[in-house]
Write a protein that binds this ligand. Structure first.
Ligand code: SAM
Ligand code: SF4
Length: 502
């Protein structure tokens, strides 16, 4: 029985740590950067902020694109007047436009293994969930799943793994290599391939993260789930590896030390007070900026979803309403203006439509979250045992069209990490608005590829209009030489060349 391996797993963890707790060396005077007392104090002392104070905080963000202070963030979170919230939503959408323009990056998840030694109360993969079917994909199966996704037109994936010796760093590294080796033919022509693989996995040691850096990891994502320590230990039993709050809290410090420059943080909404979590996320961003000069590449904010044999989800006392979800997104957008924000297909279409304008920069389509779930033979019985239930299962092509109808261009760009636009460099480019131009050019090129190789006729029709509008816009923004180069690249794509970028 695989559960017997929990003791093996504990030994595995102890051997990896070799006495290093993984966090104390980063702490100033043994004090964590999550200061719960300070967070509560900020919320208490900034009650009833005046509209003029909120407007001046927003004006400053629009000017500087720097993170705001915890006090200012608490003031926004304490706004009660719904008309003022409308102004905050509007500002959030302007910040998004200023930093990321009208682009939405898209991706799909690829679940590789659900063996897990942890026991997170909200997750169907928890070790005590006896109804779960345990599987780990072989590397050949990983490749087949990636081929299916590449044939849809995806260029970016996020792989996901439970925490277990069966999915240790070597397995993870091998899955990345398998995915990067994929080459397929596009539906209409051209070729498909996965050019960026982000990883959502358990925290790792610096040495392990160096292995992932060397195989070309995109973003390393780990969500703290909740930054509130008491709640954390209630939902992550202390006899598990994930039960160690600080090992998880400092995992992005280790990633940055290992040279994995793009790190993604997040919270699982529904575990604790969302206002507390916003201030904690901001504290995390400020800490990483202070220590490494690099803030989070992305912030994720999944909301709890129903999961097989997981009663915790229904009973949660901190469910986040749709209105509060909107406030959460807008506040994070304003508080950490440079960060990417990921909205997932956990949310149903009508919610995605409502919140996407508030600052979202990335979203997934065509997603399936079972182990091996993209293959045709994946059956309903297996689907019932997924990690949780998705709210939106629309295919990528429909998603691209849906976004085009709302005026967004989907970016499949993966140039950033391949030409060194990560870490401190990208922070500067984002804050000065220069990244926007690189991204706009690369979005045009990758969108063109998608329309050439994968789009349905319907999507191609509306996509072509979006593309022409983008080209017109970019003409006014870039030097003549750059524009000529763009046009040359576009005609090379029409002639069959692929993966050209600025
Ligand atoms: N094992 C890795 C870990 O725990 O970090 C990866 C886990 S999983 C693929 C990624 C995220 O899914 C978790 O960090 C958690 O936030 C989220 N998740 C787990 N159960 C969920 C549920 N019932 N509803 C929504 N999101 C959930
Ligand atoms: Fe395991 Fe991650 Fe699920 Fe927790 S959230 S049970 S660590 S897969």
């Amino acid at each position: 029985m695989w559960v017997e391996s929990i003791n093996v797993a504990k030994k595995w963890m102890e051997d990896r740590l070799k006495g290093d707790d993984g966090f104390s060396k980063y702490m100033d005077n043994k004090k964590s950067f999550i200061d719960e007392k300070k967070i509560w104090k900020c919320l208490k002392e900034n009650r009833d902020p005046s509209p003029s104070k909120i407007r001046s905080i927003m004006d400053e963000v629009l000017q500087n694109k720097d993170c705001i202070s915890l006090e200012d963030c608490a003031a926004i979170l304490n706004v009660k007047n719904e008309d003022l919230w409308k102004e905050i939503f509007h500002t959030a959408s302007i910040v998004k436009k200023q930093v990321y323009d009208n682009r939405i990056v898209t991706f799909a998840p690829l679940y590789c293994s659900n063996y897990c030694v942890n026991n997170c109360l909200y997750c169907a993969f928890r070790r005590e969930n006896s109804v779960e079917i345990r599987r780990r994909l072989t590397l050949d199966e990983v490749k087949k799943e990636a081929e299916i996704l590449a044939k849809m037109g995806h260029k970016r994936l996020i792989t996901s793994y439970g925490e277990h010796p069966l999915s240790d760093v070597n397995y993870i590294a091998n899955t990345l290599k398998a995915i990067y080796s994929v080459r397929v033919k596009g539906k209409r022509g051209g070729r498909g391939e996965i050019r960026r693989v982000n990883v959502n996995a358990a925290p790792m040691t610096v040495e392990e993260l160096e292995i992932l850096r060397d195989v070309g990891i995109g973003t390393f994502q780990v969500f703290q789930e909740t930054y509130h320590m008491k709640t954390y230990s209630e939902v992550h039993p202390p006899d598990t590896i994930k039960g160690n709050y600080f090992w998880r809290l400092y995992c992005m410090h280790r990633a940055l030390e290992a040279g994995v420059d793009d790190v993604g943080i997040g919270v699982l909404l529904g575990l604790f007070d969302w206002r507390f979590e916003v201030l904690a996320l901001l504290s995390h961003a400020l800490e990483l900026e202070e220590k490494f000069g690099i803030g989070p590449h992305t912030v994720s904010f999944p909301r709890l979803r129903p999961a097989a044999n997981t009663p915790f989800v229904q009973n949660s006392a901190y469910k986040v309403s749709d209105e509060d979800f909107m406030k959460f997104i807008a506040t994070v957008r304003i508080a950490i203006p440079y960060t990417g924000m990921i909205l997932t297909a956990r949310e149903p279409e009508h919610i995605r439509r409502r919140v996407i304008h508030l600052g979202v920069t990335q979203t997934d389509f065509g997603s399936k979250i079972g182990i091996g779930s993209y293959r045709e033979s994946y059956n309903e019985q297996e689907a019932e045992k997924q990690q949780f239930i998705l709210g939106d299962t629309r295919e990528l092509d429909e998603g691209v069209r849906w976004l085009a109808e709302m005026g967004y261009i989907v970016s499949f760009c993966t140039a950033g990490y391949r030409c060194g636009r990560t870490g401190i460099r990208i922070m500067k480019l984002l804050k000065t608005g220069k990244e926007k131009i690189f991204c706009k050019l690369n979005a045009i090129l990758t969108y063109k590829e998608y329309l050439e190789d994968f789009a349905s006729d319907e999507t191609r029709e509306i996509g072509t209009k979006i593309l022409s509008r983008e080209i017109e816009e970019v003409k006014k923004l870039v030097p003549e030489r750059t524009f000529e180069k763009l046009m040359e690249y576009l005609s090379r794509i029409e002639d069959g060349e692929r993966d050209i970028y600025f």
